[in-house]
Design a protein around this ligand. Structure first.
Ligand code: NAP
Length: 483
């Protein structure tokens, strides 16, 4: 039985409004394939309204002290932390992520806003002894209006967490919600309305090529923070470059290796490989360790352990706390995942688990894929090279460390890597040589606030979740006092 969440307006200038076009877009419950709500189909004119509201609000917001902005951000974090009743069911229904996993999204969003709220005083410049007789220093200022564009996999978490850094730095924000899962951003709008002055945060729904593109090209949006796929990140760089010199950070996709050395404990590796795949949200995470590279001495044992663990995943209703995995996010994404599963089978990978669509009783119209593991994958196969962003783990075998490193670094993606060994020298050698922005040694997945999260090569530009992110939302200026 699909709950209908009704029409959920956009949030512009402190008001809940439809699109100026009067058009609405359906949003679909991926477990059932049924429409369960509508959001306005935003236009470039809506973006213009939102940017003007943000620009008007920025004068007053940017003039507040970092302590005042920090206090309001802590209040925002507190409301987000207490939003489970408003968010969990709606988010599980709109994304297909399991409800049991979603409490962590609330914790992450509120925790990150709390973290940056305390960093305001670090937005400082330097005094430079450039001459003996005068005074030279640098100072940091906000850009003005920041555009934030977020993907479908953790829409509430991203809508919240991505506000923190630009806001503490004194900017105001126009945020675009993802069109496949836009509902929880409307709850974020309500929370912002309860805490922040009008216009400080504006949330516009609608298609990426319309609303996202209009944000990127808007002359009063000099700074853009984007999280999503590599092709869209590149399209944003191109579009921005056509209209102005803009400052852009990109958090993009990954095809992340987990490399297990012969001295690693097989049970630990198997558990980490399954955890690192994030099956609770159908593998739809940029950081999922989707390329498992096992030394030949571990290969059969670890593959068998993984088969047992993945075989026990309980596929079912995302709203049921006992479910271990729900559907993938949308019809379009389902086609993409199934295409890559077929390519793996056609190209000779061995099916260890799944490898097909799933039938879940009572959910006939949904986008269900079996949790899938392929063994005997080689780097020439499509499934080893393309990001599936789905519940598909590819297992590869190696015999010499140089071979493992070459496989890891072969792709143009470099988001995360995980290395399992008990030898610190081997671990550090790999950590230095692997071309990824984030490396775990004997761990996977967890983000450690303050250390930064970022991609290397085509996986991204700029670092988030650290002071560097906050400073990236400021312009640095040098001032010379001639005495
Ligand atoms: P996507 O297709 O790139 O979309 C991301 C956002 O960009 C959506 O809001 C989308 O709008 C919008 N968009 C689309 N075309 C645009 C354009 N021409 N100009 C401006 N905005 C545009 O990515 P996705 O499928 O939602 O998310 C999956 C991808 O995100 C994966 O590659 C994953 O690895 C990556 N990701 C990276 C991180 C990280 O931290 N590195 C985190 C999470 C996800 P619509 O929804 O309306 O199309």
């Amino acid at each position: 039985m699909t709950t209908h969440y009704g029409d959920r307006p956009m949030y512009i200038g402190g008001e809940f409004v439809p699109s100026e076009s009067g058009e609405w877009m359906d949003t679909v419950n991926p477990a059932t394939g049924e429409v369960h709500g509508r959001v306005p189909a935003g236009t470039a004119a809506d973006v213009d309204r939102a940017v003007k509201a943000a620009a008007a609000a920025q004068l007053e917001w940017g003039a507040r002290s970092v302590w005042e902005r920090g206090a309001l951000l802590r209040k925002l974090a507190e409301r987000i932390r207490n939003s489970a009743d408003r968010v969990l069911e709606l988010e599980a229904a709109d994304t297909g992520n399991t409800i049991a996993s979603l409490g962590n999204d609330i914790t992450l969003a509120s925790g990150y806003i709390d973290f940056v709220a305390g960093l305001g005083i670090e937005i400082k410049g330097e005094s430079v002894p450039a001459t003996a007789e005068n005074i030279h220093f640098t100072m940091r200022q906000p850009y003005g209006v920041v555009g934030r564009i977020v993907p479908f996999n953790h829409p509430f978490c991203f809508a919240g967490a991505h506000l923190g850094a630009p806001l503490i730095a004194g900017n105001t924000v126009v945020l675009k919600s993802p069109d496949q899962s836009p509902l929880s951003a409307t709850v974020m709008a309500e929370i912002c309305h309860e805490v922040l002055p009008p216009g400080v945060v504006n949330i516009v729904s609608g298609e990426g090529v319309v609303v996202g593109d209009a944000i990127v090209r808007h002359p009063r949006v000099p700074r853009i923070g984007f999280t999503g796929s590599v092709p869209t990140g590149m399209a944003i760089q191109r579009a921005a470059a056509e209209v102005a010199v803009k400052h852009i950070t990109l958090e993009l996709g990954g095809k992340n290796p987990l490399i297990a050395f012969p001295d690693a404990d097989p049970a630990t590796v198997a558990a980490a490989a399954v955890n690192g795949m994030n099956f609770s949200w159908s593998g739809q995470s940029c950081g999922s360790t989707s390329r498992l590279m096992l030394h030949e001495s571990l290969y059969d044992e670890v593959t068998a352990m993984i088969a047992a663990k993945v075989g026990a995943i309980n596929l079912g209703d995302p709203l049921d706390p006992a479910s271990g995995m729900g559907p993938v996010n949308s019809a379009g994404h389902y086609q993409h995942v199934m295409r890559l599963i077929k390519s793996a089978i056609d190209e000779g990978a061995r099916v260890v688990n799944g490898g097909a669509a799933a039938a879940v009783p009572g959910f006939d119209g949904g986008y269900w894929v079996q949790p899938t593991v392929f063994a005997d994958v080689t780097m020439d196969m499509t499934v080893a090279r393309e990001e599936v962003f789905g519940p598909v783990l590819a297992i590869l075998k190696w015999s010499e460390p140089d071979e493992a490193l070459a496989m890891a670094n072969q792709l143009e993606l470099g988001l995360t890597a995980a290395i399992f060994t008990r030898d610190i020298n081997v671990a550090m050698d790999m950590a230095r040589k692997v071309e990824s922005g984030c490396v775990w040694i004997n761990g996977t997945g967890r983000h450690y606030m303050g250390t930064g999260f970022a991609g290397w090569k085509n996986s991204g530009l700029g670092r988030e979740e650290c002071l560097e992110e906050v400073l990236s939302y400021t312009v640095s200026k040098s001032v010379h006092i001639i005495l």
